[in-house]
Design a protein around this ligand. Structure first.
Ligand code: ZN
Ligand code: FE
Length: 241
């Protein structure tokens, strides 16, 4: 079994650390800053072998160079971001056609343009864990900085097609504010129950990550949008909320 640890960084970013079965190696996902990762690795005597980047935004790659200096680890990003030279110290490009080999296992890549054009998700099939970066948040989705509503709609459909028990390790703690938006437009028991659950976590100082795909399919209007027009209208409303 892989270990999974949730670190916090910057204002509201999550950094995820995976640990190998033997408890000696670590892979970090989206290190927006190095300090919390270095502290964690040292405290647990872990050797960092890989950094996985979901996209090129600074709050996801800001810590990469310092971690490479410390551990000489591999740095993985999308082929598209490599073509645009946007992954600092990048060593290996991946895509849907070119999955990642990590610690003897194969990690699926989903190409999910929308938030950025080079955005990818990492999907660990045996563990049913998805790292969507800023494509999908709990009760929300990423802003369309580079892609079109249609691209993002298709990207979210790819995620929606994964097993419903998939755990979603999203990139930012935006959940309660996202729920404010959703509940300003609709009200139902699933939303009220989920909000209560998340408020308890936040009150205890715990992350609302991970969510589960089945939960998002019930409460996330971006994942539930039936067509591109509905998705685009919802995204535009959220931009101005
Ligand atoms: Zn981003
Ligand atoms: Fe971000």
């Amino acid at each position: 079994m892989l270990g999974l640890h949730v670190l916090r960084a910057l204002k509201d970013n999550f950094i995820y650390v995976l640990t190998s079965e033997d408890g000696q190696q670590a892979t970090v996902i989206d290190p927006g800053e190095a300090a919390p990762v270095l502290k964690f690795l040292r405290a647990h005597s872990l050797h960092l072998t890989h950094i996985l980047c979901t996209h090129h935004h600074h709050d996801h790659v800001g810590g990469v160079a310092e971690l490479v200096d410390a551990y000489k680890c591999a740095v993985i990003g999308s082929q598209k971001d490599f073509d645009l030279n946007r992954i600092p110290r990048g060593t290996l490009a991946v895509s849907e056609q070119k999955p990642l080999k990590l610690w003897g296992r194969s990690v699926h890549i989903l190409d999910v343009p929308g938030h950025t054009l080079g955005q990818i998700c990492y999907y660990f099939e045996p563990e049913q864990m998805l790292f969507p970066g800023d494509t999908l948040f709990s009760a929300g989705c990423g802003r369309l900085f580079e892609g079109t509503p249609e691209q993002m709609f298709i990207s979210l459909r790819k995620i929606a097609a994964l097993p419903a028990s998939t755990k979603i390790y999203f990139g930012h703690e935006y959940t309660l504010h996202n729920l404010d938006f959703v509940q300003s437009r609709e009200d139902n028991q699933a939303l009220r129950a989920y909000r209560e659950h998340c408020e308890k976590l936040v009150a205890r100082g715990e992350p609302t990550s991970p969510s589960q795909l089945s939960t998002e399919l019930a409460i996330n209007p971006f994942l539930r949008a039936p067509d591109v027009a509905t998705f685009a209208e919802t995204r535009a409303a959220r931009d101005h909320f």
